[in-house]
Design a protein around this ligand. Structure first.
Ligand code: 5GP
Ligand code: ZN
Length: 105
């Protein structure tokens, strides 16, 4: 999607460094971290939110990406969050999974 900030990041338009990537998703640091470690797992395909997702295989791949990136980064304890909808605090309407670990800011 042309005006989506996460699609632009995925396309490399801002030179954002990926902590991890695979066929289905990229993972990068949140620009405004809410915890000592705050990563975002973002599917390569544009889906607005969990409400619009109808691909259970992709959902599984995203959760496995959480597992793989935390293992690679040595993050043993963490919280995952998916904000869905404006009233729940979703600001970027491209599905993403927050990974939060360590001291909450
Ligand atoms: P949401 O509130 O939609 O669940 O989370 C969006 C997250 O994306 C926020 O935590 C925000 O800090 C992060 N974010 C917004 N724009 C950018 C950006 O351009 N780069 C990065 N790395 N993170 C962003
Ligand atoms: Zn997008």
């Amino acid at each position: 999607m042309s005006d989506c900030i996460f699609c632009k990041i995925i396309n490399g338009e801002f030179g954002t460094k990926f902590v991890y990537e695979n066929e289905w998703a990229v993972v990068f640091k949140d620009i405004n971290p809410k915890a000592e470690t705050h990563l975002l797992v973002v599917p390569r395909t544009h889906v607005e939110s969990l409400n619009e997702l109808d691909d259970e295989v992709l959902l599984g791949k995203l959760m496995m990406t959480v597992k793989d990136v935390t293992k690679k980064e040595g993050i043993k304890s963490y919280r995952t969050v998916i904000n869905t909808g404006k009233d729940a605090g979703q600001e970027v309407f491209h599905l993403h999974i927050h990974i939060l670990s360590g001291r909450i800011k």
